[in-house]
Design a protein around this ligand. Structure first.
Ligand code: SF4
Ligand code: SF4
Length: 447
């Protein structure tokens, strides 16, 4: 007899993506039907994203109200609404392994996306948007940067872009920095390495595409915080994209190519005793969870997983080691802080909020719900309105208590929330990344 819910801690099975059976349409349709049927009987996840309401609408439209009546061709509409936030798996589902029903909804969606990509059904726009480092390298050419930024700001050009590419003209898009992070990064001082019981005393910064090409100031704030705490650091020399945007598209071979560039150098740093710190939660999650599940036999991938830290997870552990300075100079007042889904599913607790709460004269209002942005998904024309709808409760909640600052570890979510608050006519607050808030509090933030 099957048991209702799990008593054991959830586990996750490796992703069997190199097995030809993984791409067998008949077998994935069978598995989709099995899982959809369980979800139909449960419906706990209805409020999480667009996938579940789409599925339940499809069920309700059948003649007998059962999953077997849904045409297989309609399954794709459920899959397309999933942006792999992992929340259903990590926070709601009682049937994940080791439960005998063995339900991993996000990885089943990923499998269906991978088949779609393998069959050549992803479009030019999706492939372009997920090539974050290629776009960054191109848009980072000085004269191109200005043109791209002007296009982003022009209503007319955005209209053309929407028709030609399917990028919603109302979606916030990041500007490209005139100088990349590597060009402006402050070199490390020659601090002696002080290892703590919980933390390595030297840091390697995997900057991420977003920090490299869009907002290098956040990376600089991270370096200043490390320097303030007398932690020597170095940048990862030739980093490529972590692969998360390609994973979200189902392009698993592209993920493998990126992994082959990143992992050898990151594994070398891990072996040398560095803590590898990554300031964007989706990229941290890629190294901590998705790559280890895709390459369970690769010892270097597992090594990098162990050496990878969220910056606030590192700072809190450093504090426990008695090695974090708390000489904060500036009070932050009221801060509304949003915990992004890809931080929540790392299972490290609310470390960012813990650090912000250590700053005198600072009150932190924590908002723990999906903002709806989800990487490149929320800027696509067919999904942007849904992304704004999913984010509505977050926009409202972030504005309560009239914050001086709004903040999210995911800077894309932060901008999405800022846009949603403005569109809803909610009171404006200054948007800063949590690392910038800590730098402000230390008195070391540079504009
Ligand atoms: S992973 Fe996130 S987006 Fe995908 S189905 Fe689950 S909750 Fe929805
Ligand atoms: S993913 Fe799990 S919790 Fe969510 S609706 Fe399906 S069975 Fe229920």
């Amino acid at each position: 007899m099957s048991r209702e819910g799990n008593l054991e801690a959830p586990t996750r099975h490796p992703l069997d993506w190199q097995n030809p059976e993984f791409y067998n349409q008949v077998s994935v349709d069978k598995e989709l039907e099995r899982v959809f049927d369980i979800c139909h009987g449960c419906r706990r996840c209805v409020s999480l994203c667009g996938s579940f309401p789409t599925l339940f609408d499809l069920v309700d439209e059948t003649s007998d109200g059962e999953v077997h009546g849904i045409p297989k061709s309609a399954y794709e509409s459920v899959v397309d609404q999933c942006y792999l936030c992992d929340l259903c798996y990590m926070t709601k589902c009682p049937y994940v392994p080791p439960h005998e029903w063995n339900l991993d909804f996000p990885h089943l969606m990923l499998r269906a996306k991978a088949i779609k990509h393998e069959n050549g059904k992803t479009n030019f726009r999706d492939n372009l948007l997920s090539s974050t480092d290629k776009i960054g390298r191109f848009a980072g050419i000085p004269v191109v940067t200005q043109i791209v930024n002007q296009v982003n700001k022009s209503h007319l050009a955005r209209g053309v872009m929407e028709s030609a590419l399917g990028v919603d003209q109302n979606a916030w898009l990041p500007e490209f920095a005139v100088k990349k992070f590597k060009q402006v990064a402050t070199p490390s001082a020659n601090w002696p390495v002080k290892d703590g019981a919980k933390t390595p005393g030297k840091v390697a910064v995997y900057a991420t595409c977003y920090i490299n090409y869009n907002e290098p100031g956040i990376g600089q704030d991270l370096l200043h915080i490390l320097n303030h705490n007398e932690i020597p650091y170095q940048l990862v020399d030739k980093e490529a994209c972590c692969g998360m945007p390609k994973l979200e598209l189902g392009d698993l071979k592209a993920v493998e190519k990126l992994k082959e560039i990143n992992i050898p150098q990151l594994a070398k740093l891990a072996k040398e005793g560095y803590a590898i710190v990554t300031p964007i939660p989706s990229c941290t999650l890629m190294f901590k969870q998705e790559l280890p599940l895709m390459f369970p036999q690769d010892a270097d991938v597992q090594l990098v997983k162990e050496a990878m830290w969220d910056p606030f997870e590192y700072l809190i552990a450093r504090n426990k080691d008695g090695l974090l300075k708390t000489d904060f100079q500036e009070e932050l007042g009221q801060v509304s802080y949003h915990v992004p889904c890809h931080s929540r599913v790392q299972n490290v607790g609310k470390k960012t909020a813990e650090i912000l709460q250590m700053i005198p004269g600072t009150t932190v209002h924590v908002v723990e719900r999906c903002s709806g942005h989800s990487g490149t998904w929320g800027v696509k024309k067919e999904f942007h309105q849904t992304a704004m709808k999913i984010g509505k409760p977050v926009f409202k909640n972030m504005a309560s208590d009239e914050p001086k600052y709004i903040s999210s570890d995911c800077q894309l979510a932060g901008h999405h929330i800022e846009q949603g608050m403005a569109e809803a006519g909610l009171k404006k607050a200054q948007m800063e990344h949590p690392l910038s808030l800590v730098a402000i509090a230390y008195g070391i933030h540079q504009q």
